[in-house]
Design a protein around this ligand. Structure first.
Ligand code: UDX
Length: 465
């Protein structure tokens, strides 16, 4: 199929490259001409595993192109994906200005019959507004079918997620539109692809046929917000359990595993720590609260999810302060700045929030992140020291803080790290280690949910924000 993707952000770029990989001809457009020029030269604006070779390969094969000529790309496409940003306004509501602008542009440029597929995360009933806007501004005797096809791609594993989805949700009004969508995704539904993450056929890389779900556009829109909010809820629940475990002197990781082994609950998203961040969960949660309120429902449960998450950074800093007593003039090592491993994204990263909070205390921060240093540099004050190697953060440090659970941090030479430190204290904000592992090397170790630093307070002493 001839496809047009409007918006070359995380969602649009990953979706466009993956759709070209399964055989479609894809034109990706964006109003940012510099971004398109970079993409044409093979320079990606984000780090996403497997994306660079996917883009290069499909560009070379003539299936993927980048263009600022949106009208021509819209006119040539059978289906147009709307992947523009919906950033939060001050009140937490999603700002739909870009969605509206793009919808009007489609109405003005399109001719013939088009599928308009919403991928941006939007409030319930946005598809209805899109439909009305298309009807109002349509020229050239164009006709449209509006589809809501929410994306569930995680940053860092977006390419993998495209080829191995749990479900594909399609909200639309007609059987004809649903059939076109099924055709569009057929290679993923039937495992007819070579997995770019494993360089093996789908059948040999753990692919399972995803659930195919057809529903109304409004239901599809709600599924996206409801799913992300539920995952946020699981994380805040895990963090609340972690705090209770500290108070009770129990091991949160054991308790949460014991909960998660119940198949009705599941182990995923029960990792306690600094809480959730990134550009999706916090934004989607605020937007869903607003959507519910506008519909007349006060979603109290989700307000509490937000509140628990908001406390995590203060709790962590307080725990550090209880160990170090005074923070001023000390040197601290920081491992991890991205909001989670596998990405260079620092937006609403709890790690960055900890760094900002600590820098209020006039101390020296030596930081390292495998991918996010450049982005952090643009955001943090100039006195921060950026280390060329993770072990260098330990030099003269009175504590090393693990703020993002990059797996490579586990594999560091921790004995050598200890030798560089002024005091061998590790505060683990992500439960990268289990209690006892670093203590065996002579460290003082504490994590959120795994008790307090042994020599400072008793295990029963609560640390609350
Ligand atoms: C999320 C959704 O997972 C995806 O389906 C959606 O479409 C986009 O938003 P993403 O924001 O990339 O994806 O990150 P995700 O992997 O879901 O993690 C979100 C945050 O939760 C991260 O900050 C992560 O560190 C945190 N998290 C996750 C926890 O604190 N504990 C957990 O157990 C899991």
């Amino acid at each position: 199929m001839e496809l047009c993707i409007i918006g070359a952000g995380y969602v649009g770029l990953t979706t466009g490259a993956c759709l070209s990989e399964i055989g479609h001809h894809v034109a990706v457009t964006d109003c940012d001409a510099a971004k398109i020029a970079d993409l044409e030269r093979g320079r990606l604006p984000i780090y996403e595993e497997f994306l660079q070779p996917l883009v290069e390969g499909n560009q070379a094969a003539g299936r993927l192109r980048f263009t600022t000529e949106a009208p021509a790309a819209i006119a040539a496409a059978e289906a147009i994906f709307v992947c523009v940003g919906t950033p939060p306004d001050r009140d937490g509501k999603a700002n739909l200005a870009a969605v509206e602008r793009v919808t009007r542009q489609i109405a003005e440029c399109a001719a013939g019959h088009k599928l308009i597929i919403g991928k941006s995360t939007v409030p319930a009933r946005t598809a209805e507004h899109i439909r009305r806007t298309l009807d109002t501004f349509a020229r050239n005797r164009a006709s449209f079918e509006v589809v809501s096809n929410p994306e569930f791609l995680r940053e860092g594993t977006g390419v993998y997620d495209f080829f191995h989805p749990d479900r594909i949700v399609v909200g639309c009004d007609t059987a004809a539109a649903a059939a076109r969508m099924r055709e569009l995704y057929r290679p993923v539904l039937e495992g007819l692809f070579q997995c770019p993450c494993h360089a093996r056929p789908a059948a040999d890389c753990g692919w399972h046929a995803p659930a195919w779900m057809e529903t109304s556009t409004t239901s599809a829109e709600l599924i996206k917000h409801a799913a992300n909010s539920f995952l946020s809820l699981k994380i805040s629940y895990a963090n609340a359990i972690a705090d209770i475990c500290e108070l009770a002197g129990a091991d949160a990781l054991a308790v949460l595993r014991g909960i998660g082994l119940d198949r009705r609950i599941g182990e995923a998203f029960l990792r306690p720590g600094l809480g959730f961040g990134g550009f999706c969960f916090p934004k989607d949660l605020s937007a869903f609260l607003e959507i519910a309120a506008e519909l007349g429902y006060d979603f109290r449960l989700l307000r509490e999810v937000q509140a628990i998450n908001a406390e995590r950074v203060a709790l962590f800093v307080r725990k550090l302060r209880e160990s170090l007593w005074v923070l001023e003039d000390k040197t601290l090592g920081v491992l991890g700045l991205a909001f989670k491993p596998g990405t260079d994204d620092t937006r609403l990263s709890p790690a960055m929030a900890v760094a900002h909070e600590l820098l209020k205390h006039k101390l020296r921060l030596q930081v390292y992140d495998p991918k996010a240093m450049e982005r952090a540099r643009a955001e943090l004050p100039p006195e921060v020291v950026y280390c060329g190697h993770p072990e260098a953060v330990a030099e003269g440090a009175e504590a090393v803080l693990i703020l993002t659970e990059w797996p490579e941090f586990r594999a560091l030479d921790w004995t050598a790290m200890k030798a560089r430190m002024l005091r061998p204290l590790v505060l683990d904000g992500r439960n990268l280690f289990r209690a006892g592992e670093l203590e065996a090397l002579g460290f003082e170790y504490a994590a959120l949910g795994q008790g307090v630093v042994a020599h400072t307070t008793s295990a029963a002493a609560p640390v609350t924000s």
